[in-house]
Design a binder for this molecule. Structure first.
Ligand code: BTN
Length: 318
């Protein structure tokens, strides 16, 4: 644990009390000047720490940023988030996660950013990423066939839906494959990328972007949790709950790849709707009728035949 971690813990132990610099210095076996420097650094990280002259320090509020020490405190997952890399700003957490994965970072490692300068969405789109949104990517090293990638992406979309429902009680839905919508407006998305060989996965990076306290518009009209709930969203709690939900679904998926499907279908608005699927080489229009074991959307076409699609832009028609 770093000196700053220890100071935050000490201040948290007695949240309403003022702790003197001397007391903190003794506890950490460092000088009062070092305590002061660390307090300044913590304030820069967004912690609201009141400095009372000649009396000491009092923690008024934790930082709102999803810093490593905040994410790890109260995270009850087994592997997801065991390693956390936090950046104030980065081009894309998916890029950073892929680089770490190539260097061998462990399964479950997580990259988080306060904002992204080149956030990426599905289908080569941009993902605008100002301060206030949640941007995180996780590295997975499953022993599965590459054809299962779509299913992994679906599973994370479902995890976000479950997390938002449980924390904010909003009736959010999924648009296949993994857009998270509230009243047909986009709240969150998932970008899954893989590196491997024809029949072997080296690693998967799953990037999650949630419009928590921002509502920048993306490919379709967007909204944010803050706008819909009327309150500032705690990014740390949202990320912890998402990771918790995702790990549970992922463990189930590794044992039985179809385990999460029924729950996914329950929340998927694309089923029973007329949809247009836009792929690079063709456009299909049909009714969404099922999701198969690989995560493919099964469409009933106007001539009564069925067609499976594993990728593409999905537009709900009515
Ligand atoms: C989409 O709906 O198009 C997917 C959006 C995924 C955005 C997230 S934000 C964190 C991670 N880093 C990126 O550059 N993209 C994903």
């Amino acid at each position: 644990m770093s000196q700053r971690d220890l100071i935050v813990n000490a201040l948290l132990e007695e949240p309403k009390k003022t702790i003197s610099g001397e007391d903190l210095a003794k506890r950490l076996s460092i000088s009062r000047t070092s305590i002061w420097k660390n307090i300044k650094a913590l304030q820069k990280e967004g912690y609201e720490i009141k400095v009372l002259k000649a009396r000491g320090y009092r923690l008024k509020n934790l930082t709102k940023r999803p810093l490593e020490r905040e994410v790890k405190r109260g995270l009850y997952t087994k592997r997801f988030g065991n390693r956390v890399f936090y950046y104030e700003e980065i081009d894309s957490t998916n890029n950073a996660a892929k680089e770490l994965a190539r260097k061998g970072v462990e399964n479950g490692a997580l990259v988080i950013a306060g904002r992204q300068s080149k956030g990426r969405g599905r289908l080569e789109r941009r993902w605008k990423s100002p301060e206030g949104g949640l941007y995180a990517s996780i590295v997975l090293r499953p022993d599965i066939h590459p054809s299962r990638l779509t299913a992994v992406a679906l599973l994370f979309g479902l995890a976000i839906v479950k997390a938002i429902k449980s924390l904010h009680n909003l009736d959010v839905k999924l648009k296949w494959p993994n857009d998270i919508l509230y009243k047909d407006k986009k709240l969150a998305g998932v970008l899954t990328e893989m590196e491997g060989e024809a029949d072997k996965v080296n690693f998967i990076v799953v990037g999650m972007g949630i419009n928590a306290n921002t509502d920048v518009s993306v490919d379709i009209p967007a909204t944010s949790l803050k706008r819909e709930t009327g309150a500032e969203v705690n990014l740390v709690a949202l990320l912890q709950e998402t990771l918790w939900q995702a790990e549970g679904l992922y463990e189930g998926f590794i044992k039985d790849p179809t385990a999460f499907l029924d729950e996914y279908k329950e929340h998927c608005q694309t089923l029973g709707r007329d949809v247009k699927i836009v792929q690079p080489s063709r456009i299909l229009v049909g009714r969404g009728v099922d999701i198969d074991k690989d995560g493919a959307l099964v469409l009933r076409l106007p001539d009564g035949s069925y067609e499976k699609v594993l990728s593409g832009d999905c537009i709900h028609l009515r």
